[in-house]
Design a binder for this molecule. Structure first.
Ligand code: GLN
Length: 491
């Protein structure tokens, strides 16, 4: 038998069901592996006691014949999800020691289905970033390296702890969140699968807010089947989130093998951007061929509003962030820098508690919402956002899915893009549109570049049609046959 940590989530589920091994054995194997992966800095906290207790409960249930869908499956939880009794800091100094008295709906859903929590995963501070370098807990390191080169690469962001941990097999799967690409971009640069479902599919309750009209939870997993299994458990209506939608969650796993025969797949020409590496262009073309061979009809489509997506995102997201982050004032949560004058206490706390990128977003957000600039920036951005949505919905009237690259480059080096925020923001050029329009999007590992680094392809679907997204993703995965793994230099 292969190592327990080599098995996919589906493989573990089947083996646990057949009693080939116990949940406690699986959890112990992961705890050992996660404990040896310090150099990756993927976990901010390993919760061994909780994990062992949950695994023993799972074994008892399996013995009683009472197993739930994720019984005994060890997961990593992005530290943006509030976990009851376990500190949750969103990668920030300002949330020092914050210990929620409640559980986020998504993590509760997973635990209600039998999942085991191995620990909390590192991320960019308040999920702002594309490289996991804005974390107060230091950067996460990508398990992948360029061939013949020991330079440390970023695992993408903001869900860099999740992508690195899944890619290095430190957990069977992980939770993540995506406001502008933070599930799909890290998945793409670590050779993992990441799906951002439709806005409203997963409850945002108990997830530390970044930009509430864009934030969505989703899984990062080793393959498409595991993503389907995870999303089924994570999703669902929640009365505690007024934007969560009350519609049934389909059995995504059941549709995976329905294929793409007869589906129309649009290829938007505006995603062919200047300076895109030829390998990404070639991989995209390869993806088109794979889907065509699998029976899909490929249609050239045009989305001229695409060029406005990034500028609109970088007005709307900071605006909402500046409002959401106003609550961190030293009074109710975490860090407080004392001063006799309460206004001084507020500003000293915020100056010490927020990192540079978060402060930049708060400044931009406050500026675009201020009297005199509100109409020129925020309102105009909202109008353009509506046009982007209308244009996409028009195109998705004629096609079932859109196929694009996931990212404009493979994994880049730590420190390579930190000096210039704009170059960092450009990483999200292919992903932000789905957030602005609330559409589901998935990144699937499709190949390696010349330096032997993974590259992903993205499929975007219609609202609440994750089933078709999964069918397309499975077809891509089957055709790509991606099986490469990073060398284990870190343990
Ligand atoms: N990288 C983008 C940003 O910095 C998206 C982050 C995210 O999706 N959470 O805002």
């Amino acid at each position: 038998m292969s190592k327990l940590t080599d098995l996919t989530l589906a493989g573990l589920r089947d083996g646990l069901g057949k009693k080939e091994f116990s949940a406690r054995e699986v959890t112990d194997a992961y705890l050992e592996r996660a404990g040896q992966a310090g150099p990756l800095n993927a976990f901010v906290r390993i919760t061994d006691d909780i994990a062992r207790k949950q695994a023993e409960d799972s074994d008892a249930r399996i013995a009683r014949g009472d197993a739930r869908p994720l019984e005994g499956i060890p997961l990593g939880i992005k530290d943006l999800f509030c976990t009851k009794g376990v500190t949750t800091q969103a990668g920030s100094h300002i949330l020092d020691g914050f210990t929620p008295t409640y559980e986020s709906t998504v993590s509760q859903n997973l635990f209600d289905d039998g999942a085991v929590m191995l620990g909390k995963l590192n991320l960019d501070e308040f999920a702002m970033g594309s490289s996991n370098e804005t974390s107060y807990f230091g950067p996460v390191v990508n398990p992948w390296r360029r061939e013949g080169d020991e330079a440390k690469l970023t695992p993408g962001g903001s869900s860099g702890g999740s992508s690195a941990a899944v890619s290095a097999h430190l957990c069977a799967a992980a939770t993540a969140t995506d406001t502008g690409g933070s599930i799909r971009q890290p998945a793409s640069v670590t050779g993992t699968v990441g799906i951002k479902p439709t806005y409203g599919r997963c409850s945002r309750w108990g997830i530390v807010a970044f930009a509430s009209s864009l934030d969505q939870a989703g899984p990062i997993t080793r393959d498409v089947r595991d993503a389907a299994i995870m999303l089924k458990s994570m999703a669902g209506h929640d009365a505690k989130d007024s934007t969560s939608i009350d519609c049934p969650v389909p059995d995504y796993e059941a549709v995976l093998d329905q294929g793409v025969k007869g589906l129309k797949i649009g290829v938007p020409k505006e995603y062919r951007i200047d300076g895109m590496p030829v390998e990404i262009e070639a991989l995209w073309q390869q993806g088109i061929e794979w889907l065509k061979d699998a029976g899909a009809e490929i249609v050239d489509v045009s989305l001229p509003m695409t060029k406005y997506a990034l500028p609109v995102y970088y007005i709307v997201a900071p605006a909402e962030a500046s409002s959401n982050l106003a609550r961190y004032d030293g009074v109710k949560y975490g860090l407080r820098v004392e001063d006799d004058n309460i206004h001084e206490m507020y500003s000293k706390t915020r100056a010490a508690g927020f990192g540079a990128e978060v402060q930049r977003r708060i400044l931009i957000g406050t500026y675009v919402l201020s009297a005199g600039y509100y109409d020129a920036y925020y309102i105009r951005a909202q109008k353009v956002r509506k046009k982007i949505f209308d244009e996409l919905m028009g195109v998705l009237n004629g096609v079932d899915l859109l196929l694009t690259p996931s990212t404009p480059s493979a994994a880049f080096g730590l420190g390579e893009k930190t000096a210039d925020p704009i170059s960092m923001y450009l990483n999200d050029i292919f992903t932000v549109t789905a957030n602005l329009a609330g559409l589901p999007g998935i990144s699937v590992p499709a190949g390696l570049d010349a330096q032997q680094l993974p590259l992903g392809l993205q499929l975007i679907g219609r609202p609440f049609d994750e089933e078709t997204v999964f069918r397309g993703a499975k077809a891509l995965e089957d055709a790509a046959g991606f099986s490469a793994r990073p060398g284990e230099w870190w343990s």
